[in-house]
Design a protein around this ligand. Sequence first.
Ligand code: TYM
Length: 332
Amino acid sequence: MKRILSGIQPTGSLNIGTYLGSVKNFVKLQDEMPDYEFFIFIADLHAITVPKDKQKLRKLIKELAALYIACGLDPERVNLFIQSEVPAHAQMSYLLQCNSYIGELERMTQYKDKSRKQETGVTVGLFTYPTLMAADILLYDAEYVPVGQDQKQHLELTRDIAQRVNNKYNDIFTVPKPLIAEVGAKIQSLKDPTKKMSKSDDNVKSRINLLDPENIIKKRIRSAVTDSLGTIKYDPEKREGISNLMTIYSIIAGVSFDEIEEKYEGKGYKEFKDDLGEIVYQELKPIQERYNELINSKELDEILDKGQERAFKVSQKKLYKFMHRIGLGRKR
Ligand code: TYM
């Protein structure tokens, strides 16, 4: 069966960047690609590559699980699971490390950025992170991996590793292709529109989290950085701030940039931002309502149990197949 897989790290509350760049796409794809089996997971092993508080991590894992469903993932269509509950991921990561080179991991820009920012010791886990991500994908023979722009390099590395292993061990993995949305693959920070909106940005005003209350959502939009031109025109090269807000508007309201420009012709930022605040709030309100129903429900645990069972079965089979090809263990 053809498969689609993706994941999100529970490193902070989910924000509209991750939502528009990934979750909203998963929801769309689950309906548009009925021939594919979906695996969507909570990448908690990835989250511990930098130090994490235990209570906070637990809370964020559960929160992300509930938000996936609240955003519209259909548990009948999607196998939703927690990465650390499926042991083949860590095992496969090790096997792939033995087929990866230090030089290629050193070139990963996310590793370079994160290790530069790190004040205390940089862990080996942060360095080998892309091999864990490759394991996540290759274990399930995922044909497509929907991600935002910032994961493109990791996907390219995954493809290189898969091709290398295929040449060495006789075609064992499906070589995955990234699925990157044309609009929304990189939602920028509301405070510095030259940077991406990020869960780990110290400035909380740089993002809107999916669980933020109405007044915060609207305040964040009102105080989003734009420029002094005051016109609603899409120009991502020269006018990152307003173009970023127009991107958010366009995806949520389902209208083109031309339509937005036309609608706000002769109007200023205030009117545009007031409308956008309302649009974002109306998008998030039903998600928050569903989230509140789910967060302490048995239903959520049942969904995760079912997802884990299926993920375990598929991944274990692939892991053993690869181990066998390498010559590990006993011949069976
Ligand atoms: P993470 O948790 O940083 O982000 C999750 C997904 O959201 C996308 N994204 C964005 N898209 C648009 N604008 C933004 N501002 C924005 N911020 C985040 C990311 O591109 C990503 O698709 N390593 C991954 C998680 C992962 C994974 C995997 C993904 C682990 N294993 C296997 C796919 C397949 C990560 O850290 O994403």
